[in-house]
Design a protein around this ligand. Structure first.
Ligand code: NAI
Ligand code: SOE
Length: 392
């Protein structure tokens, strides 16, 4: 009989929806499942919001008090889907209560907070994961497989972009994503960290950065609390405005510990771009290209192909590729955002079942926060900044 584990999910916004869908779907895709996630309690800031989330996302119970929920003996897993300012407080309390933890990205508002979270989960001996789900796109996992097998040789260069346009309108509201005290940083923490995580996954640790981090839109109409509707829907040009104290864009050169070089670009102000995550990786024996907006496809070029057949080929991910056994039976039926979250859920529950930490764990999330800190400092000083070593 497959074991059931009770989930308490804190935060019922965009990510609450994605995680609830993953809990319901994971055993339907991956069977036998490592465990059955049971949607036990959902928590939000008011009883009304929590109750709406309970009904919508299929939880047994609703609560507006995460501390009380964490203290319960019948909860196995705490899932943190709140804005970034409460990740640390919730995770540290959950670790002390002996719960396994999955926390949305970015792990924290910087390296210091992330280190306290890492220390807490390591002391408690619980399983911990940070939800950098784009690693779980099968085409990205296939790129990792090719790289690990040496199919494109030694990595020379990594180019990663994450371009969106939902914040390009100056009258989009001052949601929590534009407030340093809540988000920690702007584009750097919100989407730049996804690229850093992908770079760490595919190439290895980043050792130094040289970044530019402009803020284009210095004030926005005030929004009093609430979920972040990501721009357009709450536009209100006549409302009183508040200061934006985070970066809108980051463009950085990168050095990796392995000797590779690279670049990272992330913006939420790039008109016409939506969820444009691209990776281009050059090795001594070939190259890999990925574009999340065409996420069923991986473009690969192997330098030892016959001269008359050289060039990029398109591999459509399917049953022969990572996670293919659980997903859809033929390639190109369509991998979506939900599938990345279902796979993430599968890997997290496998980790709980096996007792082995998953990747990315809080240790990986901490490393990513150290790079984010370095990007912020570099942007402020316009200097190269070394990433703080984990052993320092
Ligand atoms: P959101 O604004 O849509 O929803 C946040 C929810 O948390 C709201 O319902 C809010 O009322 C609730 N909340 C706030 N403080 C709380 C507290 N103290 N206790 C209980 N509930 C609280 O935000 P969204 O987009 O869901 O983001 C949440 C987290 O997920 C963030 O850390 C964000 O960076 C991350 N995220 C990750 C994505 C990914 O692709 N992995 C995509 C979107 C967000
Ligand atoms: C907004 O930029 C956002 O929702 C990010 O917070 C997520 O991490 C990203 O995956 C989608 O866009």
């Amino acid at each position: 009989m497959t074991k059931t584990l009770n989930i308490a999910m804190i935060g019922g916004g965009f990510m609450g929806k994605a995680h609830a869908m993953a809990y319901a779907s994971m055993p339907m895709f991956f069977w036998p499942a490592p465990a059955i996630p049971h949607r036990k309690v959902v928590v939000d800031v008011t009883d009304e919001l929590a109750e709406a989330a309970r009904q919508r996302f299929g939880f047994d119970e609703a609560s507006s008090d995460w501390r009380e929920v964490i203290a319960r003996d019948d909860i196995d897993v705490i899932d943190i889907c709140t804005p970034n300012n409460v990740h640390a407080e919730i995770a540290i309390a959950a670790a002390k209560a002996g719960k396994h933890i999955i926390c949305e990205k970015p792990l924290a508002r910087g390296g210091e907070e992330a280190k306290a979270m890492l220390d807490a989960v390591e002391k408690a001996g619980v399983i911990h994961m940070v939800a950098f789900n784009y690693r779980r796109t099968p085409a990205v996992a296939l790129a990792k497989k090719y790289i690990d097998e040496g199919r494109i040789g030694e990595i020379l260069n990594f180019r990663g972009t994450y371009l969106q346009d939902w914040s390009a309108d100056p009258d989009g509201p001052l949601s929590w994503r534009f407030q340093k005290k809540i988000a920690g940083s702007g584009t750097i923490g919100d989407i730049g960290t996804h690229v850093v995580d992908l770079a760490h996954y595919l190439v290895g640790p980043i050792s130094a950065v040289s970044a530019l981090t402009p803020t284009y839109i210095k004030s926005r109409p005030l929004q009093s609390g609430g979920v972040d509707k990501l721009g357009a829907s709450e536009k209100n040009s006549g409302a009183p405005r508040g200061e934006v104290d985070v970066d809108d864009e980051v463009v950085s050169m990168l050095k990796f510990e392995c000797g590779a070089i690279g670049s990272l670009e992330a913006t939420r102000n790039g008109y016409g771009r939506n969820n444009f995550i691209t990776l281009e990786i050059h090795g001594t024996k070939g190259s890999i290209l990925f574009n999340y907006e065409r996420r069923d496809e991986l473009q690969v070029m192997f330098a030892d192909d016959p001269a008359d057949a050289r060039g990029f080929r398109t591999v459509y991910t399917g049953p022969a590729h990572p996670y293919g056994e659980g997903l859809w039976p033929i390639p190109a039926l369509g991998i979506g955002y939900s599938e990345t979250k279902i796979i993430e859920c599968y890997d997290f529950f496998n980790a709980i079942a096996s007792g082995e930490q998953p990747s990315p764990s809080f240790a990986d999330g901490y490393l990513t926060e150290l790079v984010a800190d370095a990007l912020i400092t570099s942007g402020e000083t316009e200097q190269w900044v070394k990433v703080q070593s984990l052993t320092a």
